[in-house]
Write a protein that binds this ligand. Structure first.
Ligand SMILES: NC(=O)c1ccc[n+]([C@@H]2O[C@H](COP(=O)([O-])OP(=O)(O)OC[C@H]3O[C@@H](n4cnc5c(N)ncnc54)[C@H](OP(=O)(O)O)[C@@H]3O)[C@@H](O)[C@H]2O)c1
Length: 262
């Protein structure tokens, strides 16, 4: 339940959510809207889901728009942010949720894989922060997306993990620069969360030596204290916290929300 005090946290504020069409990003957009924000929903391919989310928000009396922007192209991210500012008049929050998964062993990773994963997960988030920072004022908030994988090893997950570990270094170092303007920059490191990404890749998180001996739900029962995947809304609550005045003295940090992953 969102209390009335929480409902006011984003009243009059404007947020851009990249990766807002599905999964964690869609849950973040819904949460920010529910607490009063106007939200620009960034998407790459899934125009239908982004449009449905915007229609849902508008039907509930909220303000939202959907903007296609491939975050691998910083110019498109810049245009997304400009569009949000033109439509809603200001920018208070960037929630950078767009990301791609990758599993493969060292012998099979190609330079093209490296460039694609880093273009979206790392470079994409740095330039999203750059474009957002140009519009954010005192009290502005940037929330990037890392992963538990930045600090926990999984077989064949090197490229993705490295792309996310870089994000944790980014928020740590950007905090010094952006703090001078009163802007906070943090990251969320989600654990396994029930989204398309987890559905498509969940089995890859099992060590190959366990193939056929253990399934994902059995692994979750011993590897995660709360014994299940997160719901996207449970992760979105962390973004809302970092984007709000409740996190006024928090910057440069990565908040790991993983149900207690060992
Ligand atoms: N689910 C998990 O277990 C988990 C765990 C740790 C971290 N994460 C991270 O959390 C974030 C959200 O993950 P998710 O599970 O919600 O993923 P998801 O269900 O696969 O959704 C991915 C989202 O990112 C967007 N996207 C992908 N590539 C893009 C690009 N080049 N430009 C713009 N948007 C792009 C997609 O847009 P379209 O649909 O329009 O293509 C979609 O909205 C990601 O950064 C992911 O790495 C997820």
């Amino acid at each position: 339940m969102v209390s009335s005090a929480q409902q006011a946290r984003f009243e009059g504020k404007v947020a851009v959510v990249t990766g807002g069409s599905r999964g964690i990003g869609a849950a973040v957009a819904r949460r920010l809207v529910r607490e009063g924000a106007a939200v620009a929903v960034g998407y790459r391919d899934d125009q239908e889901s982004a449009a449905a989310l915007v229609a849902e928000v508008r039907a509930g009396g909220g303000r939202a728009l959907a903007v296609r922007a491939d975050v691998a192209d910083p110019e498109q991210t810049g245009a997304l942010i400009e569009r949000a500012v033109a439509e809603f008049g200001r920018l208070d929050v960037l929630a950078s949720c767009a990301g791609v998964e990758h599993f493969d062993t060292l012998d099979r990773i190609t330079p093209a894989d490296f460039d694609h994963v880093f273009a979206v997960n790392t470079r994409g988030q740095l330039f999203a922060a750059q474009h957002a920072a140009a519009h954010l004022g005192e009290g502005g908030r940037i929330v990037l997306t890392s992963s538990v994988s930045a600090s926990k090893a999984f077989f064949g997950h090197t490229l993705y993990a490295a792309s996310k570990a870089a994000v944790e270094a980014m928020v740590l170092n950007l905090s010094a620069e952006l703090g001078r303007g009163g802007i906070a920059v943090n990251a969320i490191a989600p654990g396994g969360t029930a989204t398309d990404m987890a559905r498509e890749n969940g089995a890859n998180y099992l060590h190959p030596d366990l193939a056929g001996k253990q399934d994902l739900s059995e692994w979750l029962e011993v590897g995660v204290a709360l014994r299940r995947l997160a719901e996207p809304a449970e992760i979105a609550a962390g973004y809302a916290f970092l984007a709000s005045a409740d996190a006024a003295y928090m910057t440069g940090r990565t908040l790991r929300i993983d149900g207690g992953m060992f």
